[in-house]
Design a protein around this ligand. Structure first.
Ligand code: CP
Length: 311
């Protein structure tokens, strides 16, 4: 049995198989539904709001011939204080896998310690690995010839702007380490990447090939991809006005785009806030590939579930 809590939970050969499978799922979606999860029930436990993740997992499980079981705090005993240990052990008696979106990463780690079924990270405050896999698939389908992230992503420069201490920034740091990308992170000093991600990479033996700079022009210079995320992450609503003021110089706009390569791509995991972290012009430009990223969540997550169901 295997869990998918962090981008590096799969070995190299498994990652290559997952990416290849995701492209096959996309190509054959209409005329070749599969039975890879036939007879299986997968739980989807969401502590936080979601549109893309929730719908893409539910549709994906159905397209693989499985049955999604939707769970949330208010309708389960978790919301009334039942322990993670008991919940994980009980759900393991009913389900074939469990997809969780929650706050602290330690909570999903606790689930994975007690679960006897695969646990999938559908976002924690620390990492968003399903999003990163789908994003890398999207970069590859726009710019590459093969389905191999080790061959195709090496050397690509991705510049991330805004809150560089957030889960997406952490996940890009991990992606850069795994696939040899050059990751630049640019935002206010107060929102620099945390020590936690540095320690995590070190403990996993992953290289630190990323750079933080408060200079957005340096980050954008000659970049292949400009990426941003919301300035006010879920749970940070009380800091809204302070964050918006401090992060406003890091908006991805045409001025920033001009510093990047002429064929630069603009990416955002969504939900987007036009006029805040990204200008309306950039969002509407042909360089913007947000909706392809969103669609690829479906194909990539189907490939991840198929891979996990093999063990
Ligand atoms: N990007 C993303 O995870 O979207 P949702 O919060 O809508 O799932």
């Amino acid at each position: 049995m295997k869990h998918f809590l962090e981008e590096n939970n799969f070995e190299k050969e498994e990652i290559e198989a997952v990416f290849n499978q995701a492209f096959q799922f996309k190509k054959n979606r209409i005329n070749q539904p599969t039975q890879d999860l036939f007879g299986q029930s997968w739980g989807m436990l969401f502590y936080k709001n979601s549109t893309r993740t929730r719908v893409s997992f539910e549709v994906g499980i159905k397209e693989l011939g499985g049955h999604p079981v939707l769970l949330d705090l208010s309708s389960t005993q978790i919301g009334r204080g039942e322990s993670i240990k008991d919940t994980a052990k009980v759900l393991s008696r009913f389900l074939d896998g469990l997809i969780i979106r929650t706050h602290g990463h330690e909570l999903i780690e606790e689930f994975s310690r007690y679960a006897e079924i695969p646990v999938v990270n559908a976002l924690t405050d620390f990492l968003h690995p399903c999003q990163i896999y789908a994003d890398c698939m999207t970069i590859m389908e726009k710019t590459c010839k093969s389905y191999n992230p080790y061959q195709e992503l090496r050397g690509k420069k991705l510049a991330f702007f805004g809150d560089t201490s957030c889960n997406m920034a952490n996940s890009w740091i991990l992606a850069g380490a795994l696939w040899g990308m050059e990751i630049y992170l640019s935002g206010p000093e107060e929102f620099k990447p945390t020590e936690e991600i540095e320690i995590f990479c070190k403990n996993c033996g992953l290289p630190s090939n990323w750079k933080y700079t408060p200079d957005y022009a340096e980050a954008a210079n000659d970049a292949d991809i400009l990426y941003t995320d919301v300035w006010v992450s879920m749970g940070c609503e009380e800091e809204e006005s302070d964050r918006k003021e401090k992060m406003s110089p890091y908006q991805v706009n045409n001025h920033l785009l001009e510093k990047a390569k002429s064929d630069v791509l603009f990416m955002h995991c969504m939900p987007a806030h036009p006029g805040e972290e990204v200008s309306k012009e950039v969002l509407a430009s042909p360089k913007s590939i947000l909706f392809d990223q969103a669609e690829n969540r479906l194909h990539m997550q189907k490939a991840i579930l198929k891979q996990l169901s093999k063990y």
